[in-house]
Every structure is written in C-alpha cells, then in structure tokens.
Design a protein. Sequence first.
Length: 147
Amino acid sequence: MGDLEARSQQSTSGQKSESKRDRILEFIKENPGAHFSLIKKELHIGNGTTQYHLWVLMKERKLECVAEANITHYYIRGCAKPVYSRREMVLDTIVDGSGKNQKELAKSHGVSAPTFGYHAKKLIAKGAIEKVKGKEVTYRVLNSLLA
C-alpha cells in the first residue's frame, strides 16, 4: 500500500510539473522574448521552479534563448526572433508615445522605468534622442539613424 501511495504522489507531482511547464511554454508562445523575471512574475512561480522548468524546456529543445544586455530572452524554438534590439524598441516607443513621461513609456514598452532610463541614456549619449525637461521628463527623437 505504501508503494502505491508513493507512485501516486510521484504521478501527481509529475502532472503539476508538466502543468507549470505547459504554462511557461504557453506564456512564451504568447510573449516571445519574455525574460526570466517576467515569466515568474506573471505566472506566480518561484525562482527555482521557473529556472528548473526553463532548463528542462531548453534541454528538450522546445525553447531557445537570446542574451542581450545581460538579460536572457526566451523564444519557442523555430519561431522568429526580433530583428532589432531593445534599444531600438525603446526608440520606437519614444517615437510612438510622444509626450508621455518615462514611466508611461516604460509601461507601454513592457519594461521597468529604470531599464527604460538606462537605454534612454545610451540613446542620448549617441545623439539619437534628447531629454525634454518640463513638469515631467519626456524625450524627443533627434536622429533615429544613430540608434
């Protein structure tokens, strides 16, 4: 009887693992390029569990990843990856969201305000954008070719 209970518990545990793994896979299908923190936050899964399931999915060759600026982005194997960088996406967000402050721009881009600010600083240094100070800090594109 004890052996049967143990196998039953292992089976239930395996089903839970598959369920979490399936949820992660589905989330990445819907959000290509999602990074670790976003996956664990949105799916309410702990660090270790998320890390383990991503590792298994990579080992099973269901996912591939791209590292950019010390952040690993996950994609379904064989699906198209973005053709431009995060910095270019920040620039596009500034162009599309003229008049919005940094927090609003970051939210529309799906990153934190500090991450958005980091990339904005790099674009300012290249001369692609400038900060416009007023009641709230906004950005203006100077030369998108410099990004």
